[in-house]
Design a protein around this ligand. Structure first.
Ligand code: ADP
Length: 246
């Protein structure tokens, strides 16, 4: 599997405090990865670095097959290069229908010429239907987003991000506040998405991580403490000590 993102020796200091400390790891071009770790481990700061919001003091972040230096790219350049981020709370346009929300996301496509294309053909409508199907909202296309359940709003926002066809989707605790059935559906959406792109899920809920059935990176004090299957990392003595606070 080719590498999409390579973080190498990255450190971030806030007011003398090392939030990220010599962090190194890689994400493949089409893989699902869960990032776990106790509060303060550096998970949010990692996502802030990859989206360009926070700039490290040291290290390299290399992106894509041309090995671009992500640290030289602006936040908007990074977004255009294909990094999409989903924050914990769903942010959809509540007064607009599901269809309109997806249509707006499509119009923000990274390839502007497509905007013209959509007006002239019905490919836009076909893509909206395909996206709605992918997120399980085909029967809700005419409903206002504000009327959707919490879980459905989360799926709609994932659909809006997928409309931009990101190469890397960063997702922060997607299953928080969901029912078990909604969580299962979220797992399916993310697994499907990860067939054609990298999906990185920051998560606290180990049952959800288990369902994702993917490689896990454990962060602690801004570094990688362990990496591998969930069974592998949760049997690691250092990980057990950190989680039990020893
Ligand atoms: P996590 O998401 O794993 O809980 P964070 O990345 O939010 O961890 O934070 C890592 C550490 O950096 C924490 O100790 C946090 O208090 C600190 N931190 C994060 N952002 C800032 C900031 N802007 N200023 C000062 N300290 C920060």
């Amino acid at each position: 599997m080719s590498t999409l993102l390579e973080v190498s020796g990255v450190s971030v200091t806030f007011d003398g405090f090392r939030a990220i400390n010599n962090l190194s790891f890689q994400i493949g071009a089409a893989e699902m990865r869960a990032i776990i770790g106790p509060n303060g481990a550096g998970k949010t700061t990692f996502m802030d670095i990859v989206t360009g919001k926070t700039r490290p003091d040291e290290g390299r972040v290399i992106w894509g097959e041309r090995s671009d230096n992500l640290l030289k790219m602006s936040e908007s350049q990074i977004a255009r290069a294909g990094v999409g981020r989903k924050f914990q709370r769903p942010t959809v346009f509540e007064d607009q229908s599901v269809r309109e929300n997806l249509a707006m996301a499509l119009r923000n496509d990274r390839q502007p010429w497509k905007v013209l294309f959509y007006r002239k053909t019905d490919e836009g409508a076909a893509r909206i239907e395909a996206l709605a199907k992918q997120i399980g909202l085909s029967s809700e296309l005419t409903r206002k987003a504000g009327e959707l359940s919490h879980g459905q709003k989360q799926w709609l926002e994932i659909g809006m991000l997928l409309a931009q066809d990101p190469r890397l989707l960063l997702v922060d605790e997607p299953a928080a506040g969901m029912t078990p059935a909604e969580r299962d559906h979220t797992t399916e959406i993310l697994k499907e998405a990860a067939k054609t792109r990298a999906v990185v899920v920051v998560e606290h809920d180990m049952d959800f991580v288990e369902k994702l059935n993917c490689k896990v990176t454990v962060l602690h004090e801004g570094s990688v403490l362990a990496e591998g299957s969930l069974a592998h990392v949760t049997s690691n003595k250092n990980v057990i000590d950190v989680y039990l606070g020893r």
